[in-house]
Design a protein around this ligand. Structure first.
Ligand code: THU
Length: 157
């Protein structure tokens, strides 16, 4: 037996202004996207913003449904919309923000496993890292690649 270790690195910013401009713009877009959330069941409003290789930003927000599994997270709403509308462009980054009643969560909201898997696939598709920014009121986290939030990514059968 050999003990193995997987190292994950990320950056924590205590103020949004510490982010590079492109990342700050994406973080702001994710906060802005929260206004598109339809969350009558959870009241948890999630916004996401995807950056494409040409700089285009596509927003998404969680959409809930009385038939619960029919709803969709903000990140997948944004990624699927971005990819469907721009099939020839790569997704290079995604930011997300969440809260209730217009108030951001204190700690950054983190993406669910299904959204991580979808991020992973767009990263595999482009062959380039997709950065993930998680926005909270107290701090912001940036992961440079999906591998850092989804180790041992499932690739293909
Ligand atoms: N949600 C997201 O939009 N993104 C995630 O990564 C996790 C959860 C949404 C789904 C649901 O509308 C609400 O948050 C509560 O789970």
């Amino acid at each position: 037996m050999t003990g193995k270790e997987i190292k994950i690195t990320y950056k924590e910013y205590s103020k949004p202004e510490e982010l590079e401009k492109e990342d700050l713009d994406l973080a702001k877009a994710a906060i802005d996207a929260m206004s598109g959330s339809y969350a009558p069941y959870s009241s948890f409003n999630v916004g996401a913003a995807v950056r494409l290789s040409d700089g285009t930003v596509v927003k998404g927000a969680n959409q809930e449904n009385a038939a619960f599994p029919s709803g969709l997270c903000a990140e997948r709403t944004a990624m699927f919309s971005a990819a469907a509308l721009n099939p020839d462009k790569d997704i290079v980054g995604i930011a997300l923000a969440a809260g209730t009643g217009g108030k951001l969560t204190a700690k950054p909201a983190t993406p669910c496993g299904a959204c991580r898997q979808v991020m992973a696939q767009y990263q595999t598709k482009s062959g380039k890292p997709v950065s993930v920014i998680m926005v909270g009121a107290e701090c912001i986290w940036k992961f440079d690649r999906v591998d850092d939030i989804l180790p041992l990514i499932f690739d293909s059968i």
